[in-house]
Design a protein around this ligand. Structure first.
Ligand code: ZN
Length: 215
């Protein structure tokens, strides 16, 4: 399937392989927005294994995943505390792929771009490291790698998917704190689409487009 998404000024295309074998297809989920949208795009019955990512510091939304999707076969993956910075994602993927290599043909992962720090320098503080490119086997599928948060929010809207129960905040406050990097990215995503902000957040922070001048 092919999906168009994003605002008029930045439309992008997402391809989802339709020839996947449900029993041998897996997805990495977090309780957040991106993996939930990807899971729904794949179709629940097309996913044989769901891995629930649990951070070593337990500042994650893994408990929210159990509320989001109705299935009793979720497999916990607990990150190694030594996986930090640039290598965190690579180590995580390699570990899952190695451990389940005989059981899966496709591992879906909803990783996507962070806001450009050149255009949005306010995102520097607390900014996570996400790879631009993932060199991996034919098994790994990252159909959102070229998308920003606003594309994924728009995609959810286009398939009439309610994402208000997803949780991206990495503080242990209830729902969304509105201040941590993940909350700010989510808020920014809604604002880029012309909304006032993320409807699940207590307050809106102004991250509206500040177009560069000159060159
Ligand atoms: Zn937060």
């Amino acid at each position: 399937m092919k999906y168009e998404c994003g605002p008029d000024w930045d439309m992008r295309t997402v391809y989802i392989d339709e020839k996947i074998s449900p029993l041998r297809t897996a997805i990495l989920m977090s309780g957040g927005l991106d993996s939930f949208v990807l899971y729904k795009l794949l179709g629940e019955r097309n996913v044989g294994k769901v891995f629930n990512l649990k951070r070593a510091d337990r500042m994650d939304n893994s408990e929210n995943l159990e509320k989001l999707i109705d299935r009793n076969d979720i497999i916990d993956i607990i990150e190694n505390p030594e996986w930090t910075g640039e290598n965190r994602i690579t180590n995580l993927l390699e570990t899952v792929l190695l451990e389940y290599t005989d059981e899966i043909d496709a591992l879906y992962f909803g990783i996507n771009h962070i806001p450009s720090l050149y255009h949005f320098p306010e995102f520097g503080e607390g900014c996570p490291t996400r790879p631009w490119f993932i060199d991996n086997s034919k098994i790994l599928k990252t159909p959102f790698l070229h998308l920003y948060k606003y594309h994924i929010i728009d995609l959810a809207d286009r398939i009439s998917l309610d994402v208000t129960a997803t949780r991206s905040c990495l503080t242990k406050e209830k729902d969304h704190c509105g201040n941590c990097w993940q909350c700010r990215e989510r808020n920014w995503g809604y604002q880029q689409l012309g909304h006032e902000g993320d409807p699940t957040q207590p307050s809106y922070i102004n991250t509206s487009i500040d177009m560069p001048t000159g060159d």
